[in-house]
Design a protein around this ligand. Structure first.
Ligand code: ADP
Ligand code: ADP
Ligand code: ZN
Length: 215
C-alpha cells in the first residue's frame, strides 16, 4: 500500500510516518530528510538545496522527484511507501504518478492532516529531534519521558533544524497554501482523499490514520 501524508509544516507528517513504519513496516520517503542528508554530505544536490531550504522556499521539482524515483526503485515491491512532504507542487504530483506506474505501484490514500495554522508556529519552534536516531520530540507537547534522554535509543544528544524559526515557517506556510494545497482537488477527483484532525493527540491521530488504512 502506498500513501501520501499531506499537511503544512508542523502538521505531524514526520511523527505519524514514524508510527506507521513501526506499526506496519512501511517505509517513509521524506524529501525533507533526503535533502537534509544531501546538505550534510555536501553533495551537488545538497549545495543547490541548502540556501533555498534556509529561506523556506521550495527546492526544484526535478531534484526532489529524482530523489523519490531513486529511493522507490531501490525498494522491494512488497514494502508500502509513505510519501512525507512529497509531492508539494502540481508537477511533482504528475511526476509521482509516472514514477509509481513505472514501479507497478498505485496510490491507495492521500491523508490530509488538518491543523490550525496558529498552532503550527508553536509546533515548529518547539520541535527537536534525537541527533543519533532522528526520533521527533516537542518541548511541551511531546518531550522525552526521561528528560534529556531519547526514548528510542537512549542518546542524550539532540538537535534543532536551522529552518525551524518563525520567519521561515511563515514562508513555508505561504508556499504550502500557494503550491501544495492546489494539488488536493486532483486527488479528490480520484476519490482517494481522507481527512484527519491533526490537532488531536498524537495517538488519536495515529488511530484515525489506521482506520483509513483498514477502510
Ligand atoms: P511535519 O513533519 O508535518 O513538519 P512533525 O511530525 O515534525 O511535523 O511535527 C512537528 C512538531 O509537532 C514536532 O515537534 C512534533 O513532536 C509535534 N507534534 C506532532 N504531532 C503532534 C500532535 N498531534 N500534537 C502535538 N504536537 C505534535
Ligand atoms: P516540514 O516537515 O516542516 O514540512 P520538510 O522537512 O518536509 O519540512 O521540508 C524542509 C524543506 O525542504 C522545505 O522547506 C523545502 O525547502 C525542502 N523540501 C522538502 N520537500 C520538498 C519538496 N517535495 N519539494 C520542494 N522542496 C522540498
Ligand atoms: Zn534516539
Amino acid at each position: 500500500m502506498n500513501i501520501i501524508l499531506l499537511g503544512p509544516p508542523g502538521a505531524g507528517k514526520g511523527t505519524q510516518s514514524a508510527g506507521l513504519v513501526e506499526r506496519h513496516g512501511m517505509r517513509q520517503l521524506s524529501t525533507g530528510d533526503m535533502l537534509r542528508a544531501a546538505v550534510k554530505a555536501g553533495t551537488p544536490v545538497g549545495l543547490k538545496a541548502k540556501e533555498v531550504m534556509e529561506r523556506g522556499e521550495l527546492v526544484s521539482d526535478e531534484i526532489v522527484s529524482d530523489l523519490i524515483d531513486a529511493e522507490l526503485a531501490a525498494m522491494g515491491p512488497e514494502t508500502g511507501a509513505i510519501f512525507d512532504g512529497y509531492p508539494r507542487t502540481a508537477p511533482q504530483a504528475d511526476a509521482l504518478d509516472a514514477i509509481l506506474a513505472r514501479n507497478g505501484r498505485s496510490l491507495a490514500h492521500v491523508i490530509e492532516l488538518e491543523v490550525d495554522e496558529d498552532a503550527l508556529v508553536e509546533r515548529i519552534t518547539g520541535r527537536f529531534s534525537c541527533a543519533k536516531c532522528g526520533a521527533l520530540y516537542h518541548d511541551t507537547a511531546n518531550p522525552p519521558s526521561n528528560p534529556g534522554v531519547c526514548d528510542s535509543c537512549g542518546s542524550t544528544e539532540f538537535k534543532r533544524r536551522p529552518d525551524d524559526n518563525e520567519e521561515t515557517v511563515r514562508m513555508r506556510m505561504q508556499e504550502y497554501r500557494a503550491k501544495t494545497a492546489p494539488i488536493l482537488p486532483g486527488y479528490e477527483a480520484r476519490g482517494i482523499v481522507s481527512r484527519v484532525d491533526g490537532m488531536a493527540a498524537i495517538d488519536a491521530v495515529a488511530d484515525a490514520i489506521d482506520a483509513i488504512l483498514r477502510s
